[in-house]
Design a protein around this ligand. Structure first.
Ligand SMILES: Cc1cc2nc3c(=O)[nH]c(=O)nc-3n(C[C@H](O)[C@H](O)[C@H](O)COP(=O)(O)OP(=O)(O)OC[C@H]3O[C@@H](n4cnc5c(N)ncnc54)[C@H](O)[C@@H]3O)c2cc1C
Length: 427
């Protein structure tokens, strides 16, 4: 890997997401050698992936080169590498570009889509966990409309214009809202020959309310907003199969659809060597103590989505959201330095900053710890928070200009099929 020898202890961080970057920043000017490994050379701002999928933003505006984030840090090395295995006995990480030894290891590999073992759904549905997946989805949505225009088979046209989103957490809700706005604002202009009233957006939730991690008020209001936008909400319905044409459920309800978007869950992105039952707990996350140490190790840590840190308020582990990842990265930065200096580490306490979701133009729901609100003010807050946490001045500016432009023009100019996506219908 061509990492120079150093007299400082070597800390390897796997993953340049919210957790890995906040940790690397914290260690920036310290007497440690930091090696950050990521399979991509960019950081992805996942909360805005749905806007890439629906043509509201270009992918470049929500991605940022990892090397640029950390360019001024001495003793810092980035390698674009896919980590395949961790050898906890020899203190080595094994990657597609070679092996590297560590003194301290921090695994911040995040999460991946959870299909709960249903390979049929995995093979035929669309996920939205990365920029390439979002671009696939963008292409498929637009290709469906192009195909719908050409076919004279009414059933086929209906299926092409029928969108099914499984999972009504923030991702599903935000995507449903954006699709509804495309139906209302873009399609009649772009496809005047198509009866766009046939476009159906179905949002399916297995429990009895949408946004179930948020307050009852937020759920209720988000449901009102979505219904007003024409989204069909199906609660207490569990999708059990999808063969690329028909989605089946736990009831008699079926959906004939060319596009099923799976936003129903994520699980820890574990890596061989730390993936045995000894380490892995609920949601395939790695069980850590209050210092983010992986059980049984003094020098191996997990942070962010991958880490399951149980506490009184969150007995199933902290939520898989950006804030716990950022805060754990920052705190671990301090704790690693304390550990190296043989001082006592400080236990992590999560400062819950709340949750929010937008449901289309002028509408959002925000739950802060002591203050919950919905509507246009919530939408401004949602926009401000997302702009604030985006990495890079250029990205903030581009996103802001895009949002203002889209708002004034009722438009989404990135509706481009640059990389056509063809669904593979597997048996
Ligand atoms: C569509 C979507 C919308 C979301 N919206 C919100 C929201 O509105 N608010 C909110 O708080 N949270 C939201 N989240 C969740 C939030 O993005 C995650 O909680 C957060 O990204 C977790 O940070 P992390 O650093 O643990 O993981 P990530 O940000 O996922 O970073 C993991 C990194 O590890 C790298 N990696 C993984 N495996 C390997 C490997 N084997 N080798 C090398 N590199 C590897 C990946 O390339 C990635 O860069 C959303 C997530 C998604 C998918």
């Amino acid at each position: 890997m061509n990492i120079p020898k150093s007299s400082f202890p070597r800390i390897i961080i796997i993953g340049g997401g919210f957790a890995g970057i906040s940790l690397a920043r914290k260690l920036s000017k310290q007497e440690v050698q930091v090696v950050l490994l990521d399979k991509n050379n960019y950081h992805t701002f996942q909360p805005l992936l749905y806007q890439v999928s629906t043509g509201g933003l270009e992918p470049d505006s929500i991605a940022y080169p990892i090397r640029k984030i950390l360019k001024d840090f001495p003793n810092f090395h980035f390698r674009m590498a896919h980590v395949h295995e961790i050898n906890t006995v020899k203190n080595e990480v094994i990657t597609d570009i070679g092996m590297l030894k560590f003194d301290y290891l921090v695994v911040a590999s995040g999460s991946e889509t959870n299909y709960f073992g249903n390979t049929e759904i995995e093979n035929h549905s669309m996920a939205m966990k990365s920029i390439p997946e979002s671009l696939n989805l963008r292409s498929l949505i637009l290709e469906n409309f192009e195909d719908a225009l050409l076919t004279s088979d009414l059933n086929e046209r209906n299926a092409l214009m029928n969108f099914v989103i499984v999972g009504a957490g923030p991702t599903g809700v935000e995507l449903a809202g954006a699709l509804a706005e495309i139906k209302k604002g873009i399609l009649p202009k772009d496809y005047p020959d198509l009866d766009t009233r046939m476009v159906q957006i179905n949002l399916i939730q297995s429990s009895d309310r949408i946004l179930k991690e948020m307050s009852e008020n937020a759920s209720k209001k988000a449901e009102d907003f979505l219904e007003h936008l024409g989204v069909n909400i199906w609660k207490n319905v569990r999708v059990s199969g999808y063969d690329g044409k028909i989605a089946t459920t736990n009831s008699d309800l079926t959906f004939e659809t060319a596009t099923l978007i799976w936003a129903a869950g994520v699980k820890g992105a574990t890596i061989k060597g730390l993936d045995s039952a000894e380490f892995v707990t609920k949601g395939e996350r790695i069980l850590v103590n209050e210092y983010n140490q992986v059980m049984g190790f003094n020098h191996i840590f997990a942070i962010g989505d991958l880490a399951c840190m149980e506490c009184e308020e969150f007995p199933r582990g902290l939520p898989m959201m950006a804030q716990p990842a950022i805060q754990q990265g920052q705190q671990l930065g301090d704790n690693l330095l304390r550990l190296i200096e043989q001082k006592t580490m400080i236990p992590f306490t999560y400062k819950d900053k709340g949750a929010m979701a937008t449901v289309g133009r002028n509408k959002a729901v925000v739950d802060l710890k002591h203050f919950k609100f919905q509507g246009i003010f919530a939408w401004y807050v949602w926009m401000f928070v997302h702009l604030f946490f985006l990495i890079g001045f250029r990205n903030r500016l581009v996103v802001f200009i895009n949002w203002v432009y889209n708002y004034i023009r009722f438009d989404r100019e990135a509706r481009l099929i640059i990389r056509p996506f063809k669904k593979k219908l597997k048996a």
